[in-house]
Ligand binder design. Sequence first.
Ligand code: DOR
Ligand code: ZN
Length: 447
Amino acid sequence: MGGRYPFQRVDLTVEGKCYLNGEILEVTIAIDDGKIVSVCKPTRAPSSEERVVVKGKKVILPGMVDMHVHMRDLGETDKEDWLTGTLSALYGGVTFVGDMPNNKPYMNEIRKLALKKKVAGSKALVDFGFYSGFPAKLEYVSELIEFGILGFKIYPHDYSKDLQALIKRSEKQNALIVFHAEDPGMVEGHYEGIKNVTVHHILRPEEAEVTAVRNLLGLIAYEGIRIHFTHISSPNAVKEIIGYRAKGFKITCDTCPHYVLLDSSFTSKFGGIAKVNPPLRSEESVKGMRGHLRGGLIDAISTDHAPHKLSEKLDSDYERIPAGFPGLEICLPLLMKLILDEGFPLEILSLYSANPAAILRVPKGRISPGFDGDLVIYDYSIRWRVRGEEFHSKAKYTPFEGMEVVGKPYMVIIRGVVALEDGDVKVEKGFGRYVSPYGSRVSRLEA
Ligand code: DOR
Ligand code: ZN
């Protein structure tokens, strides 16, 4: 806290109850030129061109950071595109998204990423960054990092590639490696019954995740390398990760709302709509994940927003049903439900804001001087039931259908600009900006 520019007139001040690193405090946040310049007691606030005063059952939160989404542009705009995907983000209070590389075309060289940057830049409503897949050629590692990627995303089908070489090259430039952990040899291996969605979690067992985490860490945990395991679903995998971290390695993980709120019975209830990889787990594992979340062992929360066409999700053929469902619009209301109804610590809000931003090294998700002026004014007076048909994503279905959640973003501010107010979008498509990690060449040039 502290007023850096106490005598200077700033563009915007936002005043009221605010979530600041685990506490709720009465403050004034001053934003100038898109950046937070001070956070101080309201009595010490600088004067401003515009002033927002937050009262009643509303609280100021940092803009949320979703480090794992699938916007589907370029080649699968029938599932989602940068406009509808980021519209969904905006309604969910998410001001930055990290987009995965499994697009058509597959994002593993800068020629393709540059095209994606152009398309996203012309459509996005919130800020964004990209991961690269395993590079098309190892020589591309440097230029991909220089391009400002958030990191390399490694899927199970990449495990057999030269991970050591990728790690060694990435380590030099301090790049993040993100893993989807499911051992390919243990997936769909020994099951002899009829395959359908209700046995999806048996076909892709938890042990496949635990084994992948263990093997990958055994192979690639070097002192300097930053490793992140995304969408972790199994409490034993979290334990493996914590064990390595205790040895001093820089290893982090995230989980998704569906692994702490839905168990595999939802796959029986919702069929293909609830098919996701990794699958929804047993009731006991969900309890375990909740315990780890409460206990502060999980670093971040992401949605794995993975829209597909409803017709595909309703296919009667198990093999043909694509895995994944949308999540961007309801993650924050689900976290609020966990906090206000189920006694989870308030700090879990940092798992969807400051923590993923710190893992990705982007100046987002934190109400602190120097960070982007991204805020959510959250109205927690309302309770509502999740209805997929109301989503702004192209994918209008969800296994959370009918679940009661708490509150909604009333206002979303991105870089000091009101982007959403009382249900109305206030910015044009193309407002969203490309964000790259601190220290990458692009972020130096754009600073
Ligand atoms: O459920 C999933 N959907 N898991 C993945 O790893 C990929 C994702 C997708 O792209 O649809
Ligand atoms: Zn994903």
